[in-house]
Design a protein around this ligand. Structure first.
Ligand SMILES: [Fe+2]
Ligand SMILES: [Fe+2]
Length: 313
């Protein structure tokens, strides 16, 4: 092979040298669990049965449920381009085998959450392949901004991401409890089982790497967390609080309707309480590492938690 051709094959990311030895037993353990607990959304859930069960619901309810599960599907998909970038970065930075394996599992798992979600939307009579309102079309792509991610180190960035997994895990737990239909309930349960591993990965990263970050990096990490939450996730993804008034009203009503009929959704008021409780937990989790998370005014409302945080420190 000509030298110039060889060079072409090892452009960015350059995978060499490939580190195959294992460094992190706890992360490898998660990879083994992922293999044992793999599931197939197409086969695991009886989609025909779900279609039949929801067929008698009023049209307005089915439409609200399909919109909700379409949104869930976009959210789950949002994690896959993010994961692809992290995989690329893991290769480029020559991370150990189990890190690359975990990130590959993460992509695969988020894809199957995406699949289960769009299948539910289809069973309800209509997956919407792109967000219904122009406003959401502007907001959802901001969910993953690679420029923002690149300002953090690999492990710090992944740890921030898993703080969001923790938040969305709490919301999903409430949606699982809300689900009255077997297929929807099962999908929520299986997604939660995968998410538990993603959250566990974050805890391992925190334990292993947060101690090494300097104060400036920790501050940036907290600011990035708050920025992403306020800038995109509260705009209709985790909650509707930061949506434009007309869109907030419309999507809150659809969400409340889906929740009322047990379609695995949450009432918008309930969402704010869940996010507030999850934020409190996250602050407690990161407190030992002195990672300051700015107050989220639209959720926390007052300075009570800042004061508590200062008490801890
Ligand atoms: Fe997911
Ligand atoms: Fe996840």
């Amino acid at each position: 092979m000509e030298a110039s051709m060889l060079e072409e094959t090892i452009q960015n990311p350059n995978p060499y040298p490939i580190i195959a030895e294992q460094h992190y037993d706890d992360i490898w353990h998660l990879c083994q669990q992922a293999r044992d607990l793999a599931w197939d959304p197409a086969k695991h859930i009886d989609w025909k049965l779900l279609e039949e069960e929801v067929s008698t619901l009023p049209d307005e309810v089915k439409t609200a449920g399909a919109e909700w599960w379409s949104l869930r599907a976009w959210m789950e998909h949002g994690a896959t381009p993010y994961g692809a970038e992290r995989f690329r970065q893991a290769v480029f930075e020559h991370q150990p085998f189990e890190i690359k394996q975990h990130v590959a599992n993460f992509i695969q798992e988020e894809l199957r959450h995406h699949e289960a979600s769009f299948r539910i939307a289809k069973a309800l009579g209509g997956y919407q392949p792109s967000p219904r309102s122009d406003y959401l079309q502007l907001i959802i792509p901001k969910f993953h901004d690679e420029k923002e991610e690149r300002q953090m180190s690999f492990y710090a960035g992944m740890a921030v991401n898993t703080l969001f997994e923790q938040l969305s895990g709490e919301l999903l737990t409430a949606r699982y409890r809300n689900a009255r239909f077997k297929g929807i309930r099962e999908a929520c349960k299986m997604i939660l089982r995968d998410e538990a591993r993603h959250i566990q990965f974050g805890r391992i990263l925190m334990r292993r790497f947060f101690g090494e970050l300097d104060a400036e990096e920790k501050e940036m990490l907290g600011a990035k967390f708050a920025g992403k939450l306020r800038g995109s996730l509260l705009n209709g993804v985790y909650s509707v609080v930061n949506l434009r008034a007309d869109e907030r009203k419309r999507s809150a009503r659809a969400r409340a309707l889906a929740a009322e009929y047990g379609l695995g959704a949450t009432n918008p008021d309930e969402e704010v309480d869940i996010i507030a409780a999850a934020l409190k937990q996250i602050r407690e989790d990161v407190a030992p590492y002195d990672v300051p998370i700015p107050i989220i005014p639209e959720i926390e409302g007052d300075r009570e938690l800042i004061i508590k945080q200062e008490d801890v420190a």
